[in-house]
Design a binder for this molecule. Structure first.
Ligand SMILES: *Cc1c(COP(=O)(O)O)cnc(C)c1O
Length: 355
């Protein structure tokens, strides 16, 4: 990474909002333990900073890759950390060395992990990604019993369709998991719900722990927006150039936008290399002086252009890209044809993050 002396754009992270979001989640699913998912650098928000802020208020953390867990341990995070990914011969020792909890999602994992490693069993009730099939619950139990050298501290599953309300498949997966659990009555931690399940299915069985990534960061996962979550990130930049534009002038690669009349065009020093999806070309709106302006032409790697119509705004005018009255990450996701998770994880470290 290039050492940054000057910022092109700044993401402000309001760490205090994390605790508010956490409180709102706890109100939504009372008396449940909370596991905060801080994989992928807490969806670009900074896993160490986020984890330090919430460490005393959550029961567990989780990451996708073992390196992400090691990073948190090296930063002095002490609470239990679950690794969702697959353990291998290469990584087995690191679970022990760094006191990370493994996910056992295949027969081979029982032999790969080292003596004394703690693990959660993952069952695939319909996600179709990782995990044992429910029909094998009895034999998984036998393997767990045969491997007393390992410590089984939890069991979990994952929803495929919880991001929006009204999915029968959520109910079906929940029922399948309950049947699996009848084989594991003595496993202490049982968890299945992600942010979508917490937000959209408050009445469902949440077992004794919920997992939340997006929620604690203040975002909704699907199309339903809940006002009890507050995004902790706002992303701003400044206009670097303002130029007159004439009717018929074209803008950016492939000339996809043609000026409808004479006016002004602003250039911003951020593009898809910073995390603005190219699929938002000619769709994105940004906020300048409390007014929404249209981004025009294809998003380029390092810059985007904004149509100011007749407003001859000043160079250095502040531009809000995400949050605080501008479009939020859900708006971006909807118009880019993706999910909020991808919008956030695509924010790159070319952005200056301030805490
Ligand atoms: C990423 C992930 C989560 C968190 O999902 P959110 O929608 O951010 O709450 C929970 N569980 C598993 C297994 C995951 O991979």
């Amino acid at each position: 990474m290039v050492k940054r002396h000057f910022s092109n754009s700044i993401a402000n992270i309001h760490l205090d909002f994390l605790l508010k979001n956490l409180k709102a989640i706890k109100n939504r699913v009372p008396a449940k333990k909370v596991l905060a998912v801080v994989k992928c650098d807490a969806y670009s928000h900074g896993a160490v900073k986020v984890s330090r802020t919430i460490e005393k208020e959550v029961d567990w953390l989780a990451v996708a890759h073992i390196d992400e867990g090691i990073e948190l341990r090296m930063a002095g995070i002490k609470i239990p950390i679950l690794v969702f990914g697959v353990p291998t011969y290469e990584t087995a020792a690191a679970y022990q060395t760094h006191n990370l909890t493994a996910t056992v999602s295949h027969d081979s994992h029982f032999s790969i992990l080292m003596d004394g490693t703690s693990y959660h069993i993952n069952f695939d009730t319909g996600m179709g990604r990782l995990g044992f099939r429910p029909v094998n619950a009895a034999s998984v139990r036998e393997m767990a019993i045969a491997n007393q050298r390992l410590i089984c501290s939890g069991i979990y599953s994952h929803y495929a369709t919880a991001d929006d309300p009204g999915s029968d498949f959520v109910i079906l997966q929940n029922e399948r998991f309950q049947k699996v659990l009848s084989h594991f009555p003595e496993v202490p931690l049982v968890h299945m719900s992600n942010t979508g399940a917490i937000a959209n299915y408050p009445e469902i069985n949440h077992f004794n722990m919920v997992r939340t990534g997006l929620g604690v960061l203040g975002y909704n996962s699907g199309n339903t927006q809940y006002e009890w979550l507050n995004p902790i990130l706002t992303w701003k930049t400044k206009i670097v150039q303002v130029r007159p534009i004439e009717k018929g002038d074209t803008v950016s690669y492939s000339s996809t936008w043609i000026a409808p009349k004479n006016g002004y065009l602003a250039t911003l020093p951020v593009g898809y290399g910073d995390g603005i999806p190219r699929s938002l070309s000619n769709k994105l709106n940004v906020l300048i002086n409390n007014k929404l302006y249209q981004q025009v032409g294809n998003v380029t790697m390092d810059m985007v252009m904004i149509y100011l119509e007749d407003d001859k705004l000043a160079v250095d005018s502040e531009v809000t890209l995400l949050g605080e009255g501008a479009w939020d990450a859900s708006d971006w996701a909807k118009h880019a044809g993706t999910n909020v998770h991808e919008i956030l994880t695509n924010l790159t470290n070319r952005i200056t993050f301030q805490y």
